[in-house]
Write a protein that binds this ligand. Sequence first.
Ligand SMILES: NC(=O)C1=CN([C@@H]2O[C@H](COP(=O)(O)OP(=O)(O)OC[C@H]3O[C@@H](n4cnc5c(N)ncnc54)[C@H](OP(=O)(O)O)[C@@H]3O)[C@@H](O)[C@H]2O)C=CC1
Ligand SMILES: O=CCCC(=O)O
Length: 291
Amino acid sequence: MEVGFLGLGIMGKAMSINLLRHGFKVTVWNRTLSKCDELVEHGASIGETPAAVIKKCKYTIAMLSDPSAALSVIFDKDGVLEQISNGKGYIDMSTVDDDTSLKISEAIKAKGGDFLEAPVSGSKKPAEDGQLVILAAGDKALYDEIVPAFDVLGKKSFYLGEVGNGAKMKLVVNMIMGSMMNAFSEGLTLAERSGLNPATLLDVLDLGAISNAMFKLKGPTMLKNSYSPAFPLKHQQKDMRLALALGDENAVSMPVAAAANEAFKTARSLGLGDLDFSAVHETLKALDHST
Ligand SMILES: NC(=O)C1=CN([C@@H]2O[C@H](COP(=O)(O)OP(=O)(O)OC[C@H]3O[C@@H](n4cnc5c(N)ncnc54)[C@H](OP(=O)(O)O)[C@@H]3O)[C@@H](O)[C@H]2O)C=CC1
Ligand SMILES: O=CCCC(=O)O
């Protein structure tokens, strides 16, 4: 199967290498074109523009930072709309809001193309290992056609119906994750400040009802103040912001998520946006020097 791939950040690079490893022919494009070179070493071809990738490939996947990036590759010069047409499918796996997804869907369908949104749960390592959880919505026929690629990229795919449902599901999941990360960080700080060994806290948490993969993965590195980015903090804050907007629309009060968003904003203002989202821990530590 031949696919195009737009966006070779942390996730896009891992996902496209994974597709190549499983025998897919992949044509890649990235805004910073030099990032395509490493993919060529893995067997990819380069498309000079999003339009060139769409022209060449029946199916194109995108994995871009945020709504503005996702819209830009569609509507800007040399963008997707210039070449999308009947018989071609566009699958946007970026985390965006439902309005953005709907705008993209309408523009693509107006040109005769098919559209699927398919944001993912799981980070850099699951992307490398093909263990993502895919939250797809949109054209069911396109979903059925692209399942062989989803089977390589993920351990489970959900088809959630109309466009917007994938985006909303992803934002709800990440809103919970961002809130949990802040509670976890407060707990680690509280344990340390009150004279407990935070490493023992990790062991205790792991044996109880709130044991989870995130605490297990991030806890040890947070205790070492090590925040090499798997999921950049700036993207987690974007997801909190979009989830809070979804809460506004639906009159859902989310004080916990709002507080977590403030912590991520503070972390960004401290220059931590490109570190892993667990670096929000530094913000809480910085606030915790009173005696
Ligand atoms: N990292 C993670 O753990 C996960 C991330 N996600 C989501 O996946 C998406 C990608 O995340 P990730 O790979 O971590 O992010 P990165 O920041 O590593 O990569 C972002 C990508 O978007 C491109 N980009 C940014 N702005 C533009 C623009 N205006 N026009 C064109 N391309 C642009 C970047 O290009 P360039 O190289 O030129 O900057 C790069 O390819 C995000 O929506 C994120 O929320 C979802 C699940 C997990
Ligand atoms: O959007 C990022 C999600 C990261 C994860 O699910 O571990």
